[in-house]
Each structure stands twice: as structure tokens, then as C-alpha cells.
Design a protein around this ligand. Structure first.
Ligand code: ASN
Ligand code: ZN
Length: 303
């Protein structure tokens, strides 16, 4: 019995049609993509939190309502894989070609998505705060970048190092979906146009600080968001915005990637990130660009 790589047609969360990579075996098509050096495969939890099975169909048209979240998790995992390969020659999240498994329809009306340390997991949303979260390529890129940072820096997920983990996930989400500085706009509050979950250009729009003056010392508990990792990330996000608007995307993404893979360590502070990015800019492009990076952080009060 032979696996045959093929392509099919899928309908995504927002109703658009896209070409997806499939496997065909014994009369069944599945969301299994062998076209990369690392496997990409997508599973259905069928609104449980514990069991899941490969998403399959009798034909190559994954167009049913219940398949939409799977189609986009699968398609967007490809997009993010291809981004890291094209820009940094990175082969999957660990640069060792590890398989990217995604699970959709996790739980009931679940308003979140996460990297659990091994696989990508997506809720359907409750239809009002979120629709199915795999529908946003920047959400997929954010979560998969947690896998990248876990296998490079290994940021401790608390306080400033945790906020840096959040910020790097938002920053590479921006690079994958660089038409805007919003995160999650494709799936966040489907009944409200033009908003997002966070903004890199204007963090205060969504209740995040854009300067150390407004840094918050929150408890290192789940209720305290582990020291406000999704709150204080507004500060390094704004420093990134200040950088990319001056140096452009091509230089900025290399500077940020080099800092991740060469300099940052698990307990890094915002000051350490500033220093790592300045050093990376110096290595790659020289002192003038490094000064731009330094002033980008000066403007948010990080020295
Ligand atoms: N979606 C969230 C994130 O990636 C999940 C979490 O809180 N870890 O940050
Ligand atoms: Zn995150």
C-alpha cells in the first residue's frame, strides 16, 4: 500500500478556496504534507481536549464546514515553514526537520491557540471573541515561533524573558503577515471590523504599555499572566516597530533572527535584548544601523 503525495482544494475559515498538500492512501485523502523536508500533518480533536484523529476525506475536496479550521491550520503551517526556510534556511521549528503536527477543534468554543511543547493546538473560538484561530496566518506564525524560540533561546516564560518570548512571537508573526501591524485581526471579534488582539505600532490601543514608565509588575502566577508576559510585551513590540520602520523588513528580520540564534539566553531581560539586537545589527550591517536599534529601545525607556 503506497502513500501518494497529491494536492487538493480546501476551504479556509473565512471561506476562501486554497490549494492544499495531501496524502492519498487506500482510497483516503488526509491532511498530510510530505512536500517539505519535515512532515506537516493536521488532526481533528472533534471538540474534545484529549483525543484526536487525522483529518481525512473520501475525495480531495476539503470543503465541509468542519474541515475549514483544519484546512487553514494545515495551509498556514506550510506558509510559516516556508517563511523560515526561505529567509533563514531553517528546516522546521527546530532546524532539524521535525514534523509539525496541528490539532484543530480543541475543546468547545475555546478562545485560544497554543504550542504545547510538541504540537500546535487551536480552539474554534466562541464565534464572538474569536472564530477558529487557525484562520489567521499571524496567529499560526506566533504559536510556531514559540516552538522556534523554545528550541533556540528557551525563554523562561515569566516576567521580562516571558514578555520577550511573546514579543518575538508577535514580531515573526508580523514578518509572515506584514501587511499590517496588528496581530490576530483575521479571527479576532469577527463582528467588529478593523481591530486586532495586539498592535505592534500602537500597543496602547489594546491595553499594553509602549514605554517602561508603564511596565507592570504582575504576580508570577497563571492569573498574573506569569508576570504580565502578554502585557509588558508591548514594550519590546514598540521597540521593534521603531526599528522596522527605520531599517526596513529585510534587515530587521535578520537582526532579530541572529539575536535569537546567537546571543539571547533563557533569562534575558529587555536590556539584554537591546544589547543582543545592537550586537546583531553591528555584526550584519555596521554601527550606523546598530545606532538605529539603540535609539529604538531608548524611545521605550530600555537602556
Ligand atoms: N495564545 C497564547 C500565546 O501563544 C497561549 C498562551 O498564553 N501561552 O501566548
Ligand atoms: Zn504567545
Amino acid at each position: 500500500i503506497k502513500d501518494v503525495a497529491t494536492t487538493g482544494t480546501g476551504t479556509g475559515v473565512s471561506g476562501t478556496s486554497k490549494t492544499i498538500n495531501l496524502n492519498f492512501n487506500r482510497g483516503i485523502y488526509s491532511l498530510t504534507d510530505f512536500t517539505h523536508s519535515g512532515l506537516i500533518e493536521t488532526y481533528d480533536a472533534k471538540n474534545t481536549t484529549s483525543t484526536y484523529s487525522l483529518m481525512t476525506d473520501r475525495d480531495k475536496y476539503f470543503t465541509a464546514q468542519t474541515q475549514r479550521a483544519g484546512v487553514d491550520a494545515h495551509y498556514n503551517a506550510d506558509v510559516v515553514y516556508d517563511y523560515y526556510k526561505a529567509r533563514f534556511n531553517r528546516n522546521s521549528y527546530d532546524n532539524a526537520g521535525s514534523p509539525i503536527y496541528s490539532i484543530v477543534h480543541f475543546g468547545v468554543n475555546y478562545n485560544n491557540a497554543f504550542w504545547n511543547g510538541q504540537v500546535m493546538v487551536y480552539g474554534d473560538g466562541d464565534g464572538s471573541t474569536f472564530k477558529a484561530l487557525s484562520g489567521a496566518n499571524d496567529v499560526v506564525a506566533h504559536e510556531l515561533t514559540h516552538a522556534v524560540t523554545d528550541s533556540t533561546v528557551g525563554f523562561a516564560y515569566e516576567n521580562q524573558s516571558g514578555a520577550l518570548s511573546e514579543s518575538f512571537s508577535d514580531i515573526f508573526a508580523y514578518f509572515v503577515d506584514s501587511g499590517d501591524f496588528l496581530i490576530g485581526e483575521d479571527v479576532y471579534t469577527p463582528n467588529v471590523a478593523g481591530d486586532g488582539l495586539r498592535s505592534l505600532s500602537n500597543p496602547t490601543l489594546y491595553n499594553q504599555p509602549a514605554h517602561m514608565n508603564n511596565y507592570r509588575y504582575l504576580p508570577n502566577t497563571e492569573a498574573g499572566d506569569y508576570g504580565g508576559v502578554h502585557y509588558n510585551s508591548g514594550i519590546p513590540n514598540k521597540a521593534f516597530y521603531n526599528t522596522v520602520t527605520q531599517l526596513g523588513k529585510v534587515k530587521s528580520e535578520q537582526i532579530y533572527y541572529r539575536a535569537l540564534t546567537q546571543y539571547l539566553t533563557s533569562n534575558a531581560t529587555f536590556s539584554d535584548a537591546r544589547a543582543a539586537l545592537i550586537q546583531s545589527a553591528t555584526d550584519l550591517y555596521g554601527t550606523a544601523d546598530a545606532q538605529v536599534v539603540g535609539s529604538a529601545w531608548d524611545q521605550v525607556g530600555v537602556y
